[in-house]
Design a protein around this ligand. Structure first.
Ligand code: UDP
Length: 250
């Protein structure tokens, strides 16, 4: 997959690849035995400036995917390359469709429970054989909600490791999800791991995805602020950090 250098990071240009993403991941997994995908945004870049251990996580991840117009703009200005944003939630959906054994960690218990119901319903099909009717689910899922005590973390992870997922989605918010993956990734074999922020809330219908028009106009961030006004502070500080990073790199 072509990569674009932005500051100290190699960001994958997902949309310039013809082959499907699953093939690319399978090729990579043979070398690395598991894969950490980070859906890169301004908050990550800023945190990495302040925290060397977070910077190490970013540089050790097999794939950094541009999840934000600011990352695409940085590629345009600093690397003179045009890359297209891929929203973490879209990537999560693609991955869920591609893999069969999937572990979901994160979100409130009610959200995690409704996601379980929704996905079980979506991927279960009734197959009718000559004399019996069987419920035949083509996928296997494991769900763990994200509001456990710190001292329960290891047993939560142990259950997930024992499940042996092909895909492990972590929705604990950033940077907790990236730290958790980095801490435990050595326990997994042939697993694709990705932090997906608030995606489970959207999948389960607790929050809404921006309408297509907002996405087309590259205004998904505005919809998220309108839906959750407490995000405004985060947005303004990202904007400040974006301008600061830009000035610093000239
Ligand atoms: N969350 C969780 N456990 C926690 C804190 C948060 O499972 O201890 C979940 C929360 O319910 C939400 C997600 O993490 O589903 C965070 O979503 P957000 O959109 O804030 O992610 P970010 O934008 O920080 O990546």
């Amino acid at each position: 997959m072509p990569k674009v250098k932005i500051l100290d990071y190699l960001v994958s240009d997902f949309y310039s690849v013809d082959a499907d993403f699953r093939t690319t991941l399978e090729e990579a997994i043979q070398h690395d035995s598991n894969i950490h995908i980070i859906t890169l945004n301004m908050e990550h870049l800023h945190l990495a400036e302040k925290m060397p251990e977070f910077k190490r996580i970013l540089t050790n991840a097999e794939f950094l995917i541009p999840d934000g117009e600011s990352i695409c703009l940085l590629a345009r200005i600093l690397a003179k390359q045009k890359i297209k944003k891929i929203a973490g939630i879209d990537l999560a959906e693609k991955l869920i469709n591609s893999y069969s054994r999937i572990a979901f960690l994160g979100a409130e218990k009610t959200v995690s429970d409704s996601l379980r119901n929704l996905l079980t319903l979506k991927y279960s099909s009734v197959s009718i054989s000559s004399n019996s009717e069987a419920l035949n689910s083509s996928k296997e899922f494991l769900f763990e909600h994200g509001f456990y005590e710190k001292n329960q973390e290891e047993s939560v992870i142990e259950r997930i490791v024992n499940f042996n997922p092909e895909l492990f989605l972590v929705a604990l918010g950033s940077p907790a999800q990236e730290f958790l993956i980095a801490k435990y990734r050595h326990l997994f074999k042939n697993t694709v791991m990705i932090g997906v922020g608030g995606s489970f809330d959207i999948f389960a219908g607790k929050l809404s995805r921006a309408p297509k028009l907002f996405i087309k106009l590259k205004l998904e961030w505005l919809f998220r602020i309108l839906q959750e006004p407490k995000r405004l502070g985060r947005f303004l500080s990202n904007l400040k950090n974006f301008l600061f990073l830009l000035l610093k790199s000239f």
